[in-house]
Design a protein around this ligand. Structure first.
Ligand SMILES: Cc1ncc(C[n+]2csc(CCOP(=O)(O)OP(=O)(O)O)c2C)c(N)n1
Ligand code: SF4
Length: 242
């Protein structure tokens, strides 16, 4: 019988620590599938973030490093410059990439480092208890904005992808979502292109992936998918930005 579906070699078959309905596990799998399909498992080096994905390296079956909060792109820059033959990517949440790591993110992008960035935007700090993130939506209730985010006090949701797309050294930016099977297929295509660009030496590529956090959105997994589709994508429109 022809085999039509299998477990990615780059993903370990172990129990997940993520909450029910969390998007991190889906995003991990997409990366594992892409690494397998591109045949780069022996060359790839992932840089894991802080946040709920801090132990992403427990799930991926290829080489990984860890980085302190927000420093993933500094670590990735160093690895890629010392070992240009490797394929280097960072996997970062919005707190990691767009708050504490804003400096590293902007300057690595501005230098056009030939690395791949997978940016998981769940509009909240997951690991530390659901505080406001730069990407939290206006009106969204979090542990630190119990009455909802207000522009006057907390600023507007930060659109990192649109900001980075303005930089001349940035090659590719796309926003995808894990809100439906079709969107997950689109997200995988974007992740694959972001890795292929690095293989082709084209420079900095970033894929932002909107990802559900049912736990700190205070929603069921099903409602979280609906909220992404009906509300979140209006603030963060999907598609290729650059
Ligand atoms: C330098 C530093 N400051 C603060 C923290 C605490 N901390 C750990 S995870 C986290 C938030 C992570 O949120 P995000 O990046 O959005 O990832 P998520 O958990 O939502 O996937 C914070 C503030 C830390 N680990 N290191
Ligand atoms: S807290 Fe949110 S981001 Fe963290 S594992 Fe749970 S659902 Fe995922």
């Amino acid at each position: 019988m022809q085999k039509v579906f299998g477990y990615p070699k780059s993903l370990r078959n172990i129990l997940t620590h993520y909450c029910a309905g969390c998007g991190h596990g889906i995003a991990h799998r997409l990366i594992a599938e892409v690494v397998d399909e591109l045949g780069i498992r022996e060359k790839v080096i992932g840089v894991a973030p802080v946040g709920c994905a801090v132990i992403a390296y427990d799930y991926w079956d290829f080489d990984c490093s860890e980085a302190a909060h927000g420093r993933a792109l500094a670590v990735a820059t160093a690895i890629k410059r010392v070992r240009p033959q490797n394929i280097v990517f960072t996997y970062q949440g919005d707190g990691d990439l767009a708050a504490i790591g804003t400096n590293e993110t902007i300057h690595a992008a501005n230098r056009g480092e030939n690395v791949t960035v997978i940016f998981i935007n769940n509009a909240i700090y997951g690991m530390t208890g659901g505080q406001l993130a730069p990407t939290t939506l206006l009106g969204q209730k979090t542990a630190t904005t119990p009455a909802g985010r207000e522009a006057k006090f907390h600023g507007y949701p930060l659109k990192i992808s649109e900001m980075l797309a303005l930089l001349p050294a940035v090659k590719y930016v796309e926003r995808a979502a894990l809100s439906s099977p079709q969107e997950i297929i689109n997200a995988k295509k974007a992740v694959k292109l972001a890795f292929q660009n690095q293989i082709d030496n084209l420079g900095f590529s970033l894929v932002e992936i909107l990802s559900p956090c049912p736990t700190y959105w205070g929603m069921s997994p099903k409602k979280a998918l609906e909220w992404m589709r009906d509300v979140m994508v209006k603030e963060f429109p999907l598609g290729r930005i650059k």
